[in-house]
Design a protein around this ligand. Structure first.
Ligand SMILES: Nc1ncnc2c1ncn2[C@@H]1O[C@H](COP(=O)(O)OP(=O)(O)OP(=O)(O)O)[C@@H](O)[C@H]1O
Ligand code: SF4
Ligand SMILES: [Mg+2]
Length: 361
């Protein structure tokens, strides 16, 4: 009897340990298009069947060209977009079931670092007010406590002496300093997850690396999970453990960062890597070609594999007909491309040995 009880206890703790912090299941985010503001004219399928898990303390980068759905995915995780279908589960809570206070507390646990720091900061508030506001909303009534918290995060984002910055308005700060205030605001309520949507793309090359290093230091010292959105693969090495490559609303390749950079599998990832520049200003002249062709329409995406009109390995009758599922040619390296379908290779081997036999007869 005692043995049975011990066995049950072990099972429960094992389940708890493997529960991800964030789980996205078959997420679709479609925006409705209306003709002259009335009649239905289709949908922009910005996110179209995305699934992944994120562990506590894990960092992932979502990379892809402009318009592929990165921000739509993130806004849905932040609770700013309502998904058309699918499920977002965070820390054991289904986002779709949260209401009122539940949503408020969820927002405390997820910090948001926007692309445009100037647009993200209210121009009529000074830094102190900008940072006090979220603390007031979260119920921190004591002014001393609020100021102590603000000093702590401002020191963490390396804006010192803190008092010199508190009375400044956003227009009095440089782009890099504005982004540090945005990061401080995201850290105020001790989040478990930071969503950073192109946090350095609007900054000078000289401060990009500094901001990425700051995010990395905060991630490590607080054990944060981070989702880092970018269209530039060269910056992901700064802090992502895994990379998800997004194309036209789908995640088409998912792997450990080193593995994906050393051995990219999807033809689109190859094109993206070829187009990669280095964020280091010294290497600014290493810009290469962008992936050939235009990103597809998300209203009427191409049939089958959405990359097929641009793909150098396109196989007529397959790639333009059937949507490729995720294949796993090496452990934990997923790729949605028919080139990695072992059954297809076996079938074509069978076909060629049949035709060789027929030729011999
Ligand atoms: N609120 C909206 N209503 C209608 N369409 C939208 C809306 N928001 C985004 N879209 C469309 O959804 C698609 C994906 O947009 P999204 O902003 O998610 O892409 P992105 O990958 O973040 O692009 P970028 O790199 O330029 O920021 C685009 O075609 C965009 O025009
Ligand atoms: S599925 Fe076909 S078209 Fe799509 S990336 Fe692979 S080879 Fe290219
Ligand atoms: Mg975006």
């Amino acid at each position: 009897m005692k043995t049975e009880l011990r066995e049950v206890k072990m099972d429960v703790s094992e389940i708890k340990e493997t529960e991800p912090l964030l789980s996205i299941q078959d997420l679709h985010v479609w925006y409705e298009l209306r003709r002259f503001g009335f009649g239905h004219a289709g949908y922009v399928k910005a996110v179209d069947g995305v699934s992944f898990d994120l562990e506590e303390g894990e960092t992932v980068a979502v990379v892809g060209e402009s318009g592929c759905g990165k921000s739509s995915l993130m806004k849905t995780i932040l609770g700013l977009n309502i998904p058309t279908s699918g499920e977002v589960t965070f820390d054991g809570d289904h986002l779709s079931e949260l209401k009122g206070d539940g949503i408020r507390h969820y927002r405390f646990k997820v910090g948001y670092v926007q692309q445009d720091p100037y647009g993200a900061l209210p121009p009529f508030m000074n830094v102190q007010r900008i940072l006090e506001e979220p603390l007031l909303i979260s119920g921190m009534k004591d002014k001393e406590e609020r100021l102590a918290r603000i000093h702590k995060v401002m020191t963490e984002v390396k804006m010192h002496p803190v008092d010199d910055f508190l009375q400044k308005f956003p227009h009095m700060l440089s782009g890099g300093q504005q982004q540090r205030v945005v990061i401080a605001r995201a850290m105020l309520r001790e989040p478990k997850l930071i969503v950073a949507d192109e946090p350095v793309s609007m900054l000078d090359a000289s401060v990009r690396v500094e901001i990425l290093k700051l995010l990395r230091a905060l991630q490590q010292s607080h054990g944060l999970s981070v989702i880092y959105i970018t269209h530039d693969l060269s910056t992901v090495k700064y802090f992502s453990k895994r990379i998800f490559v997004m194309y036209a609303g789908n995640l088409i390749e998912k792997a450990d960062t080193r593995r994906l950079l050393d051995n990219p599998l999807h033809p689109y990832t190859h094109a993206l890597l070829a187009a990669t520049s280095d964020p280091d200003a010294h290497n600014a002249d290493t810009f290469k070609e962008v992936p050939p062709g235009e990103p597809p329409s998300l209203v009427n995406p191409p049939t089958g594999c959405r990359f097929h009109p641009r793909c150098p390995h396109f196989m007529a009758g397959l790639c333009d007909v059937k949507f490729p599922p995720d294949f796993e040619p090496e452990p934990e390296h997923f790729v949605a491309c028919w080139l990695y379908d072992n059954n297809r290779v076996e079938r074509s081997d069978e076909r060629s040995s049949r035709s060789e036999d027929e030729a011999r007869v």
